[in-house]
Design a protein around this ligand. Sequence first.
Ligand SMILES: NC(=O)c1ccc[n+]([C@@H]2O[C@H](COP(=O)([O-])OP(=O)(O)OC[C@H]3O[C@@H](n4cnc5c(N)ncnc54)[C@H](O)[C@@H]3O)[C@@H](O)[C@H]2O)c1
Length: 333
Amino acid sequence: MIRYLVTGGAGFIGSNYIHYLFDKYDNNVHVINLDKLTYAGNPDNLKDVENRPNYQFVKGDICDAALVDELVPRVDIIVNFAAESHVDRSIGDPDAFIKTDIYGAFVLLESARKHKIKKFIQISTDEVYGSILDGSFKETDTLEPSSPYSASKAGADRLAFSYYVTYKTPVIITRCSNNFGMFQYPEKLISLFVTNALENKQLPVYGDGKNIRDWIFVLDHCDAIDFLITNGTLGQVYNIGGGNEKTNIDITRLILQKLDKPASLITWVTDRPGHDRRYSLDTNKLTALGWKPQYDFDSALTKTINWYKDNTLWWSKIKTGEFLDYYKKHYKL
Ligand SMILES: NC(=O)c1ccc[n+]([C@@H]2O[C@H](COP(=O)([O-])OP(=O)(O)OC[C@H]3O[C@@H](n4cnc5c(N)ncnc54)[C@H](O)[C@@H]3O)[C@@H](O)[C@H]2O)c1
């Protein structure tokens, strides 16, 4: 029985990862989910697993060293998803990003070192490399993060590496591209645009819409993490990508087409400051180990759209109050 501490497990990727673990390993895993339940953490994401005897939810902060020290001796593996994760919010209010993404990772690493954890997976991001116009980033390339979000993630990424080098803490670092899928807080491109289109609301596209991201279905990301826990080498960094580079405007048009909604819903808004033009990952290091994504982009997007269609209550509960205030102020809509 492998015992996991999943941090940030009530968020988008963390909750999909917990579902993935139970679907794959059923009663042969034990999961403690440590989550602060910020605006992005949602207990609804885990309703179907909350009564499992091999699942425990702990509401708390990864920056709380005493709490972390209580939990870490009870697990074999830490998978650190907990983070402030929205670039736009990091521009207006970087404070929480520095605290959670860097200091929180430090608290977890210290506890992992002290209690001799078997494995520590630091979930980093492709955004740590910054923008690239031609070619793709390899794991050995220079990091040039350009937002407070990506800079704080780069700090944690390198701190985790330093714990491997200095203390031999068994760390693996993953840098994944843009995820999409079920349970994504509806402020990110695909979840926001699908839900706005379902409500016949405007789809705010930044700048000229030609920013390029590589997209991966969230369950492929979860699968790659699971694969690396078994097959990855300690102290190494692995890029994880879906091999689906798309412009924002192409994705927007595809969503409208799949939902049979008019192009007139597209609304051009002023670009965000420091908006990286293109992200691209070279994933040969991971694929050489024998892993590849299972989902093709088009069918995973349809699956995702259908999930938001079938779970209106999940997102309509979120898209009220604080969400709408932030949204209107941010996009000036
Ligand atoms: N979403 C993507 O496309 C993407 C791509 C690559 C990497 N990542 C990384 O994956 C991780 C998860 O991303 P996500 O999209 O699921 O984010 P999310 O914002 O949906 O979830 C983050 C979760 O962390 C929790 N949290 C925040 N601060 C905390 C704290 N101090 N202590 C405990 N819990 C806290 C929140 O309550 C929330 O449940 C992040 O580390 C992010 O940087 C995301």
